[in-house]
Design a protein around this ligand. Structure first.
Ligand SMILES: N[C@@H](CCC(=O)N[C@@H](CS)C(=O)NCC(=O)O)C(=O)O
Length: 283
């Protein structure tokens, strides 16, 4: 396995690490970060359950690793954190000057349109290639929670709702909830998926929630002072969809918080404890 270790740093008795690898699905070199709780457990052959964290527009694997302050609670709970990049990367990968399209803005989908379709397959990367690689190479089990922020909140909802057998729980901050009906989503879906809007529905969390096959627990945290709330994020579409289908969605609004990682860092411990309730149950 082509796994190149770029960094390894002790943190809360565990290890915060960063790796590069050649992705077959994305056909480019990718980086990811991982936090592994304390080494003593590893020596006993223990495998940690994991929360996969999907970041938002403009992010790499480093934003969450450096800004969210998630490691203390993850170490205490015995949960690994797996933090991928947000798109394929590199000189041969198409890009766009708009920060909401191209590199840093993969939208966790499989693109069908040229020139994007050759590399932009983040859905398959997150659902299949990355967990297989993680579980082959690290003391991490197949018990997975999925979480994310903004575009990554969209990704976590879509991936969790479409693959309820692969995850125990979904939690998101400030998700792009109804990308078919917001400027960021419409521009990206037009480019990646083409003009036929019927092909967009399987990547729209609000649409999926109306017809979700499973009933994974979902926690949503949204800052009320988020400048993107009404135009881009549309959490009310998620609430309306959950109400229509009877989906047990926990939606929490927080007065005064904006869209930044200061908001994420304020509630990440609550999110990890939420996942721990399901990840650590009946093992
Ligand atoms: N840079 C964009 C906003 C992009 C943005 O807010 N990105 C969020 C996710 S959607 C983020 O996490 N940014 C990186 C960070 O705060 O570390 C703008 O100029 O409007």
């Amino acid at each position: 396995m082509n796994l190149e270790r770029l960094n390894s740093t002790k943190c809360f008795d565990g290890l915060q690490q960063q790796f590069a690898h050649q992705s077959e699905v994305l056909d480019c070199k990718m980086r990811f970060s991982i936090f592994l709780p304390q080494a003593a457990e590893v020596e006993k052959g223990h495998r940690f359950p994991a929360v996969y964290w999907l970041s938002g527009l403009t992010c790499t694997d480093e934003n969450f690793s450096v800004k969210a302050g998630a490691q203390r609670a993850a170490a205490e709970l015995g949960i690994a954190l797996v933090i991928p990049d947000t798109s394929p990367r590199g000189g041969q990968v198409p890009d766009d000057p708009d920060f909401a399209l191209g590199q840093g803005a993969g939208f966790y989908l499989n693109a069908t349109q040229a020139p994007w379709s050759a590399h932009y397959r983040m859905y398959d990367y997150i659902v299949h290639e990355l967990p297989a690689l993680i579980e082959r190479n690290f003391p991490v089990s197949g018990r997975r929670g999925i979480a994310g922020h903004s575009m990554g909140g969209h990704g976590a909802l879509v991936i969790g709702l479409r693959n309820p057998q692969s995850y125990t729980s979904i939690s998101v901050f400030s998700p792009i909830s109804n990308p078919m009906a917001c400027p960021w989503g419409e521009k990206a879906f037009n480019a990646y998926l083409g003009a036929d809007r019927s092909s967009w529905k399987d990547y729209d969390a609000a649409d999926l929630l109306r017809r979700a096959p499973g009933k994974l627990p979902v926690l949503v945290s949204q800052g009320e002072s988020d400048p993107y709330l009404e135009e881009q994020l549309k959490p009310h579409a998620l609430e309306a969809a959950a109400e229509a289908s009877g989906y047990p969605l926990t939606m929490e609004y927080h007065a005064g918080y904006d869209h930044s990682y200061f908001f994420v860092s304020s509630f990440i411990e609550q999110h990890l404890r939420f996942h721990a309730d399901y990840l650590l149950r009946n093992r």
